[in-house]
Design a protein around this ligand. Structure first.
Ligand SMILES: [Zn+2]
Length: 323
């Protein structure tokens, strides 16, 4: 089974921009960008990766963008400043020399983040809030604001409506996915900006994938009670035990018939779950792009809460409309 997953990933990798972090010649940062979203010169966007920052708390020089308890505030602030500067100067492919000369003076746009609480709460913003908002989604049509979602396994998801020039960013772990955060995000963008689902482009950043995301049976049951397509989101594999593998007869003879079944491990494909939600509300399949990179498979490139047992930094997905 892992072979199938890996094979899919590798073929997707070849033509998926979100898998190829390529630093500019004058930058050390590796930023992942969506192919669709890169077409819009008025849009700033990117998903951070972990290398080449100022944090020392997570090995090497890490680009931790979250105020975690292990890291120093100064390091995170420096990381955020270089990441945002790089995003604002480099998101554009068409606007090169002219814009880099003319965009120096305005300085960085304000970054709006959330106290993320695994909810389905989505905030509309048209100016920087006075205090930090709690929730898991941000939408705006106001130029000059950067919207950021932090993640280290959960999905950061961007939605962009080029027709109405409106954007959104969402945080979806299993709880937020169960609460249909991204589905609701599409609905909120329609309500606020008249965005039509078929005009939306979606970019799903690096996150823990179905190859690694083991969940309990209760999570499967919750999804089954909510989604008609739940069965295709889960994969069950026998929990291989080296002793059992080596001495199968021992276990076959020691148990009465019907009791020799090995325990199952359950894996959830959260990327597919969110893709299904987007499709179910009318976002076109060709407009949904997902990074094939799994956080837990790639600790060299990405932060993973699970792989690093909670002691890890945060990456950020940031989207904004140029001022
Ligand atoms: Zn993985």
């Amino acid at each position: 089974m892992p072979n199938r997953v890996r094979k899919q990933n590798s073929s997707a990798t070849e033509n998926n921009v979100l898998s190829r972090p390529r630093p500019k010649a004058d930058s050390k940062l590796n930023i992942l960008r969506g192919r669709h979203l890169s077409e819009y010169p008025w849009l700033v966007h990117g998903f951070s990766t972990r290398s080449n920052g100022f944090s020392r708390a997570y090995g090497g020089n890490a680009l931790n963008l979250g105020f975690t308890k292990e890291d120093s505030k100064a390091a995170v602030e420096r990381n955020r400043a270089v990441f945002l500067a790089e995003l604002e100067s480099a998101s554009d492919h068409g606007r090169t020399a002219r814009s880099s000369a003319s965009t120096k003076s305005p300085g960085l746009s304000p970054l709006i983040t959330l106290r993320q609480i695994h909810s389905d709460i989505i905030h509309f913003v048209d100016s920087p809030p006075e205090s930090q908002l709690a929730g898991d989604g941000l939408i705006t049509a106001t130029p000059g604001l950067l919207l950021g979602i932090q993640a280290a396994d959960c999905l950061p998801i961007m939605l962009v409506d080029a027709k109405q020039r409106a954007i959104g960013v969402f945080h979806a772990g299993w709880r937020g996915t169960l609460k249909r955060i991204v589905e609701k995000g599409v609905g909120e963008m329609h309500r606020r900006f008249r965005s039509r689902p078929r005009d939306l482009k979606a970019a799903i950043g690096p996150a823990v994938h179905g190859c690694c995301y083991e969940v309990g049976r209760e999570v499967r049951e919750k999804f089954e009670s909510q989604f008609s397509y739940a069965a295709k989101l889960f994969r069950e594999v026998e929990d291989r035990d080296p002793v059992r593998d080596k001495y199968p007869m021992l276990f076959l003879t020691a148990r009465p018939p019907g009791h020799g079944v090995l325990p199952k491990k359950i894996f959830l494909d959260l990327v597919e779950a969110n893709r299904q939600q987007l499709l179910s509300v009318g976002v076109l399949a060709k407009n949904i792009e997902a990074s094939p990179l799994c956080t837990q498979c790639r600790p060299d490139l990405l932060f993973s809460y699970r792989a690093e047992k909670g002691k890890t930094g945060r990456m950020m997905g940031v989207v904004g409309i140029r001022a």
